[in-house]
Write a protein that binds this ligand. Sequence first.
Ligand SMILES: C[S@@+](CC[C@H](N)C(=O)[O-])C[C@H]1O[C@@H](n2cnc3c(N)ncnc32)[C@H](O)[C@@H]1O
Length: 224
Amino acid sequence: MGRGRYPARLQVSLPPPDVAARYLLIWPGREVYASPESFPPISSPGLFGDDKPLEIDIGCATGELACALAEARPEANYLGVDIALKPLYRAVEVASGRDLPNVRFLQSDMLLAYGRIPVEALRAAYVHFPAPLLRNRQRKTRLVAPALLAQMSRALMPGGTLSFITDQPDLYAELLRLLPATPGLRLRDSAEHELALSDLLKSHYHRRWEAKGRQIIRVELEKR
Ligand SMILES: C[S@@+](CC[C@H](N)C(=O)[O-])C[C@H]1O[C@@H](n2cnc3c(N)ncnc32)[C@H](O)[C@@H]1O
């Protein structure tokens, strides 16, 4: 089974209009690129109309993590972002089924959407199991890139965290290679990790690669 086939095989249906209106934002890439100011800020006031801390799951796929965290922590808001729309239909279905008031999903290329996050608007960001970049056409949307660290250094509040999980040693090495160029972020010791690597955080991909015996690598960066 190839790495990228899970969303392609996913059986989902379009959410009903009222459910989509509550949970789903779709930001066409060309419009975000041409007139970013016509989209709301990625912040709690901008997306939820309140001042709760905001956490963002970048490349959220079916939103397992965002929904689990939103349910476990009603005092915070959660935004799941994915460039692919289909898995977000599943995420919206789950959020709606649990009637979660504190989660939304955004279909966008995160590289275009970064600019809509105000300075220090995020308490935490999660980049778990980003794609390993096998195909040329995926290179432009690559998440493990200088923009990720530069943007998180700007968008996280002091003490805020970027959680990174991968089964790919190359992606881990790339993240560590990029880190010195972003002095605003420091690598936390594993004893300082905000969340244990518990079942709460184990997504479909996490369970899949763990079952295949792959080593799961966890990194947590902190905004200074
Ligand atoms: C392997 S899946 C991981 C899903 C989830 N984080 C997990 O742990 O199970 C990677 C996801 O990143 C999304 N993705 C890739 N590039 C992206 C980008 N530039 N912006 C937003 N999402 C992106 C893909 O569509 C895919 O759903």
